[in-house]
Design a protein. Structure first.
Length: 247
């Protein structure tokens, strides 16, 4: 029952982010809509989100929607978020992802207690800015830590913040987790400790924690805290070609 509730709440979130009235198919299959204001993907891109065996696709135009619909009919729900499979049947110019989507209910939470000394910092604290400055622009952007709306939960080594986590408040009472560890401190389970504090804060606020991860180490942290992988997200920019290509 708990797993079903997570599935429903996750689908409700992404259906709202689609930017147009739409629902996931009750069991499996792809629901494809034209939504120029979709928040599943960048403007003019096609957004693909699979939760369980059902997939939601937002396309920027009717032509793109028809291309994806024709291709999706020949794929399993797992293949719809497989970039190699998509490239074989669609004119993919650029891609973001795929990223795995993980969710967590209170009953499944496995808090990490090792490593005392987690400190709660207010948003905009200089220690957080210092950590963001230690990593490259790509790592900082991928983490999303600069956009959190919650307090930052941090670990220090000396005066330096070396690990931090927090979350952004998303629609449907979802807490989108962000975690970052200084490069010279990775591999020491620090991400698990600070993320555990952020997750506990979100659960206490009655929110649904969401973890979106591409690299395996990030996925491993999510699983260690009890998150369940329920789906994946992918964005693609499609070229304009005749529909004959996907038939």
């Amino acid at each position: 029952m708990a797993d079903d509730l997570l599935l429903v709440r996750a689908r409700d979130l992404w259906a709202e982010l689609a930017g147009t009235p739409v629902e996931f198919c009750p069991s499996e299959g792809a629901q494809i809509v034209v939504a120029s204001g979709s928040r599943l993907c960048p403007p003019s891109w096609t957004g693909i989100v699979r939760i369980g065996a059902a997939t939601l696709v937002t396309a920027p135009s009717m032509q793109a929607a028809r291309m994806v619909d024709d291709a999706a009919r020949k794929m399993t729900h797992e293949e719809v978020v497989d970039i190699a499979r998509l490239r074989a049947v669609l004119p993919v110019l650029d891609v973001l992802g795929p990223a795995s989507l993980f969710y967590l209910g209170r009953d499944g939470f496995l808090p990490a207690h090792e490593g005392a000394g987690v400190e709660q910092l207010p948003t905009g604290d200089g220690g957080l800015a210092s950590l963001l400055g230690l990593v490259g622009e790509e790592d900082a952007g991928e983490s999303g830590l600069g956009d959190i709306s919650s307090p930052a939960f941090c670990l220090r080594r000396g005066d330096q913040v070396v690990a931090a986590a927090g979350y952004q408040s998303w629609p449907r009472s979802v807490a989108h987790l962000s975690v970052l560890v200084a490069p010279h401190c990775r591999g020491r389970h620090l991400a698990r400790v600070v993320a555990s504090a952020a997750v506990a804060h979100a659960l206490d606020a009655g929110l649904l924690p969401q973890w979106r991860a591409r690299p395996y180490p990030s996925q491993r942290v999510a699983v260690a805290l009890g998150f369940q992988e329920l789906g994946a997200q992918l964005s693609v920019r499609l070229g304009d070609v005749a529909l004959d290509r996907v038939r």
